[in-house]
Design a protein around this ligand. Sequence first.
Ligand SMILES: Nc1nc2c(c(=O)[nH]1)N[C@H]1C(S)=C(S)[C@@H](COP(=O)(O)O)O[C@H]1N2
Ligand SMILES: [Mo]
Length: 461
Amino acid sequence: MSSSRAPSGRLQKAPENFVDAAGVRTVFAQAKAGRRDFIRQAFASAAAGAAALAATRARAQANPVPASGGDPNILELPEHSKGLGQPVVTDGYGTPSRYEANVQRRQSPGLTQTAQASVSFAPLQSLFGIVTPSGLHFERHHQGWWDVDPSKHRLMINAAEPTLLKRPMVFTMDEIMRMPSASRFHFIECGANSGMEWGNVAVPTVQYTHGMLSCSEFTGVPLRLLLDQCGVDYKKARYVLGEGADGSSMTRTVPMELVERGEVLVAYGQNGEMLRPENGYPLRLVVPGVQGVSWVKYLRRIEVGDQPWATKDETLHYVDLMPDGLHRQYTSLQECKSVVTTPSGGQVLLDKGFYNVSGLAWSGRGKVVKVDVTVDGGRNWRVARLEQPVMSKCLTRFNIDWVWDGKPAIVQSRASDDSGYVQPTYRQLRAVRGSRSIYHNNAIQSWLVQESGEVKNVQLG
Ligand SMILES: Nc1nc2c(c(=O)[nH]1)N[C@H]1C(S)=C(S)[C@@H](COP(=O)(O)O)O[C@H]1N2
Ligand SMILES: [Mo]
């Protein structure tokens, strides 16, 4: 490499990648002690112990070539170049490299009382492209997950009023899987994603700020096909209710328009194989663009009706507390949103020089048409490259070149969709929504790159 070229920036991974068991215990102890701000604090202290180790590792990864004598990594043949490797089918279902063992979905310590009514966050900082590996898909369970026997699973379709449908029916999994199927890529985002950040900065890394987000190729039968077989009267039946078979009585109203468009799937496939148990095996509703809670898992019943049901998960939960003190119900579309995943909170830029700024953008209304990126907190914006394919109601990967000059920088991304909607700043969002909400926070995320290279989660006035 010629010395006149800017050095390529090296990156130290976010603390999720090196917090050890002791670190996790610290996090929990501090959570128990009821410390405000504990997640951030605990992360800092847990990371401190591991920081020396991590710095060493990062240096090792840079592989400095000795001034003389050549690079031993080339000159000394490793075992794997000399011996016989592992046989086929050592593992009938392959797993990631042991060197990637820290790439895990993780629970936010202290966020919930029990691990059955809880959430795990996808490690967005470690993922490439748009598809979430099924084993890293975020989880949200209200009453724990189950591995349901597909031979005993049934899907019933009936009606609130007998006149709304000619024939109530029950389908087995075999029957559903024989029908004409569709496979589509879609994101799923919990309505509570980024919810901890409404008041102020709460969590340190993108795994926790945005990790209730995943994207898969889903395969299933359009719900419309099943309703057609039941002879639904679409003039009168304007809503469907999805019901799950777990103990949470998860029920959500979905408008019939989405079903009639053919978008809503009764899905059994995820990324080329059957759904994972944590994600609703053997059957879940896929409601593209709509918040995760409507994607009912362990789907056992669809009821058609002529009005919304006002169930607990649409009157008490998943509602938006507005500045006037009233609750807004049935917000269901996930509005256009984006986040930079590299560089992001907890990472450390180890050198000045070139960095590939990369992130994800999505919209519940349709396709992402543009992502602007700023490195000076919004004074100047540049248009990022959208990687193909760009699909409707799906994650879109964006990338843009950046040469870091070693000075403090504030990195943000701002996405727009094909409806003309532009992702708001916190100031714009709070002007309409106030700051006491939990759900539907799609504000622009800011990452402060400090002179030390450490990246921090910040919010701008
Ligand atoms: N049966 C059932 N379906 C459910 C839930 C649940 O607890 N039980 N949680 C909902 C919520 S709030 C979300 S965000 C998504 C999460 O889906 P995932 O666990 O596959 O990520 O499932 C939804 N469907
Ligand atoms: Mo959710």
